[in-house]
Design a binder for this molecule. Structure first.
Ligand code: ARG
Ligand code: ZN
Length: 873
């Protein structure tokens, strides 16, 4: 069945208060829920409930018999006369049997594991009967009771409100959350956990106890998360004037989690992958992710919790906004241009392909059959880009004014995208309604730019055009407002003052023009010679820019553009041209030389930051490059990319690469400061380049780096290079790594993922052998993602092998995973997304597999939904 935005109706009953009492047990937990209901419409009470054993039902204290309610299709219906009533249900659930990790479940083993919940989007209905929709907000009182030895720690969201012994070896604890919230923000945790704590005082004077909880073996890896949490709380006070609003804030780590993390009110729950960090088992990237995800979940306390979503179509209202807030925070904590490069790379790698295929959907979808399948790169990452455009449009202060009004006006409410644009607009006296079209239209707009210089009039005319390709259900697209931040450079690399036709004087060397229709020309005056335009600076709109640059123009931007992002992007565009040449069999062509020579020049420029240089030396990956390929043959893409990298290495010169690598190696440390991280990043690029031109030397250097590595970043990089360059020589270090990190789940995930990425026809057999490792299990989402997800999504030559064997193998595994955990199966299945644009043999093979799977009747709604859409191609 399909849920449609157009069918939205407000809830028929509101919940004024809910009291929950849990008698916790691993095999069986009983839940007593007492709901104070208030009528909003002339309809019976309807409560959602899935997989619940109903034990008792009471209306205003009177037990109801069989004929006094209807329980069917996941809905409990009770007819009531008055306008208020108290409805109580007692149910039993079975946590240990819950392998889907939705609702109440067990993390870890029966003997040592702990109980926890995941409710977003619709998990609460697996815990108790409730109007499980985000526009029903209520205050919660939660009482937990459990065996004291087995569950010494009892946690729920809200402020603590008493605890004690029950006398029979059991104990209890109560929590009261004064802030009305929807059911998806409910959480509890119970078991043997350790904690680290810190006192925090908010800017408005509230004393808050911060606690991070984890199992004993990993509690010493939580310090970085605690530091990140404190930085996030301070930042939200300063950047948005937002203070925390409870007396305690709990964060819990689990190894068994479907997603990254969850912002439950006062009790955030994290996939351990995004909370734990230590130099010996975490890479620099992982440290950054911990900081970002801790911030993301914390920021939800306002963008998501205090102001939540009216319905799940509005998901990006909280997710896009919170991703944007996290991006701004990370940019402030680290290097802003590098953060922008990282975010746009992710958008291009994950969101653009999603938006170009059968799973394409608007940031605000108009319909869904399974909401879990809409926690996508489009809703999150493209959604963040839309907020960024709005912020850019309003300017720093205007955006802050708008956000203040949004939080003030909608505090305690379940809001919509219209509410958001309304508040931002009202605070600034502007109409942002034109931007609403961005939320409703799927697909990545193509922005084409064509410049013409008129020597006689000393004018430069920039013609901008936009067009968005048709997508499923949206054959005709309308023009969107596209802000284009730009500068013009002269031949010496100087940015020119900009005066638009009709203006009396030049204002600045950078400005933003907004394309609102299908096409529009912008004329710049007083230009002495044909300039080179730097367009979409900072990636000012989430579009694909089509502009026919000559290689020397891109080389000029790569050398001189003051916008760090555009400087990098000029390099990416130039790399694209170099790739085209290699693909067409011209590795010695002009485009390759232009790219390689420009980078060789920058390589010897002492002023450039190591991390930026590392990014510049990295051309678009194989997955982004498929877009430049009419018929997709992963082997040919990889070969062409390798050829251009070889040209780059020889332009820089092996001696120069080696000298630089040696000096970076001499400075190796486990330091987490930006300079040390940047050195590691550059060192890794250089090692890869050296290994590509001379496998023997690469093998020796990588083996030595592995042995001497002071931390995980250097160790993993060396191992990856070694495994690609000299597979036989990698065997011993791989075995060493496996043994050294036995029992360290997150490190083992990296071991699986690294091997899942090794290219070529042998990849499938390798993955199948890894499935037989003792540490492999289909029950753990991180492990499945590390091996199967990494292989299917990031190893094009391995997964798309010509005979289709990997497709058939994955289909088989999807069925097995689906029986355990539908959400995980659905996510892995998105790897089939691009099948239609593969070259014919692979296309046939992939389609056969997808069509057969899609025809099965025994799969979950999650997986069925993805397959049905993917099958359409
Ligand atoms: N709201 C969480 C976040 O911070 C994600 C939860 C997603 N859960 C799910 N079952 N899809 O992004
Ligand atoms: Zn989120």
């Amino acid at each position: 069945s399909v849920i449609r935005l157009a069918d939205y109706r407000p809830p028929a009953w509101a919940v004024a208060h809910v009291a929950l009492e849990f008698d916790l047990g691993i095999d069986r937990t009983e839940v007593l829920a007492t709901l104070e209901l208030v009528r909003q419409a002339d309809e019976p009470i309807r409560l959602d409930g899935e997989g619940l054993e109903l034990l008792e039902l009471h209306l205003d204290g009177r037990r109801l018999g069989e004929g006094e309610y209807i329980l069917a299709n996941g809905v409990l219906e009770v007819g009531v006369d008055g306008d208020r009533c108290t409805l109580a249900t007692r149910v039993a659930v079975r946590p240990a049997e819950n392998t889907a990790f939705e609702g109440l479940y067990l993390s870890g083993s029966r003997d040592a594991g702990f109980l926890l919940t995941q409710c977003e989007a619709e998990g609460f209905r697996h815990i108790t009967f409730y109007p499980d929709r985000p526009d029903v907000l209520s205050t919660f009182t939660v009482t937990l009771r459990a065996d004291k030895a087995r569950f010494p720690v009892l946690l729920a969201g809200g402020n603590p409100d008493g605890a004690g012994d029950l006398g029979d070896g059991r104990h209890w604890a109560r929590f009261v959350d004064p802030h009305p919230k929807p059911s998806y923000l409910f959480a509890l945790v119970a078991g043997r956990l350790e904690r680290i704590s810190r006192d925090y005082t908010t800017a408005d004077g509230r004393a808050v106890a911060l606690h991070i909880w984890a199992e004993a073996d990993v509690i010493d890896r939580c310090d970085y998360a605690m530091d990140s949490l404190e930085r996030s709380m301070r930042w939200d006070e300063q950047a948005y004037g937002r203070n925390y609003d409870l007396d305690v804030f709990h964060v819990v780590a689990t190894h068994d989690f479907n997603m990254g993390a969850m912002e439950n009110k006062g009790l955030n729950i994290f996939n351990a992958k995004y909370l734990l960090a230590d130099p010996d088992s975490s890479t620099d990237d992982e440290y950054r992710h911990v900081e970002a995800v801790v911030a993301h979940e914390y920021f939800h306390n306002w963008s998501g919790n205090r102001v939540t979503c009216r319905d799940w179509f509005q998901l990006s209202l909280k997710e896009g906004l919170t991703v944007f807030r996290e991006q701004s925070f990370s940019a402030d904590m680290n290097s802003a241009p590098l953060k922008r490069i990282e975010d746009v790379s992710l958008l291009r790698r994950a969101q653009f392909p999603e938006d170009a295929g059968p799973l394409s959907h608007p940031v605000r979808p108009s319909q869904y059959s399974e909401i879990n399948n809409f926690y996508t790169a489009t809703v999150y990452e493209k959604g963040a880009e839309l907020v960024r455009m709005l912020a850019g449009h309003l300017g720093h202060q205007g955006f802050r004014k708008g956000m203040d009004l949004y939080f003030e006006r909608h505090d305690g409410q379940a809001a919509t995208i219209e509410d958001y644009l309304g508040a931002l607009g009202d605070a600034n006296g502007v109409d942002l309604a034109p931007y609403l079209a961005w939320y409703g239209q799927a697909g990545t707009p193509r922005l084409s730019a064509e410049g013409r210089y008129d020597e006689g009039k000393r004018r430069y005319r920039l013609l901008l055009r936009q067009r968005t390709p048709a997508s499923a259900g949206q054959p005709n697209k309308q023009p969107l407002p596209v802000p284009v931040r730009l500068s013009l450079f002269d031949a010496s690399g100087r940015a020119l003052p900009l005066r638009l036709e009709g203006e009396t004087q030049a204002s600045a060397v950078e400005r933003t023009v907004v394309l609102t229709g299908a096409e529009q020309a912008f004329v710049f005056e007083d230009i002495d010679a044909a300039p080179v335009p730097s367009l979409l600076r900072g990636f000012s709109a989430p579009v694909i820019l089509e502009c026919e640059y000559a290689p020397r123009e891109l080389a000029l931007l790569l050398r001189h553009d003051a916008d760090g992002f555009n400087r990098w992007d000029a390099g990416q565009q130039l790399a694209g041209l170099a790739y085209d040449a290699c693909r067409d069999g011209e590795p010695a062509g002009a485009a390759v030389a232009a790219w390689a020579d420009a980078l060789a020049g920058l390589f010897s420029d002492a002023g450039i930051d190591d991390a930026l240089l590392a990014e510049l030396l990295t051309p678009p990956g194989e997955i982004e490059l498929v877009e430049r390929q009419p018929e997709r043959d992963p082997e040919r893409i990889r070969a062409a990319r390798q050829a251009m990298l070889r040209a780059l290495a020889s332009a820089i010169g092996t001696d120069a690469l080696r000298t630089r690598y040696d000096s970076l190696r001499a400075q190796a440390s486990a330091g987490l400061d930006a300079a040390s991280q940047a050195r590691r990043q550059l060192k890794r690029r250089l090692l890869d380049l050296l290994a590509l031109v001379d496998a023997n030397e690469g093998k020796a250097l990588a083996a030595a780096q592995y042995d001497a590595a002071p931390g995980m970043t250097d160790r993993l990089a060396a191992l990856a290079t070694l495994a690609v360059t000299a597979p036989a020589a990698a065997e011993a270090p791989l075995a060493h790594f496996r043994e050294r990190y036995d029992g360290n789940a997150l490190a083992l995930d990296k071991w699986f993922a690294l091997q899942a990425q090794l290219p070529g026809d042998g990849a499938l057999a390798r993955v199948q052998a890894l499935e037989r490792d003792d540490a492999f299990t289909l029950k753990n989402p991180n492990r499945v993602q590390a091996l199967l997800g990494t292989f299917a999504r990031t190893n094009p030559t391995g997964f798309h092998r010509a005979d289709g064997a990997a497709y058939r193998w994955l289909a088989d595994r999807l069925v097995a995973i689906d029986a355990l955990n539908p959400q995980v199966a659905a996510r892995v299945a998105t790897a089939f997304n691009g099948w239609k644009r593969l070259e014919p043999a692979r296309r046939e093979a992939a389609h056969a597999v997808v069509a057969e799977l899609a025809g099965r009747k025994d799969l979950s709604r999650d997986l069925t939904d993805i397959l049905a859409r993917v099958a359409l191609g």
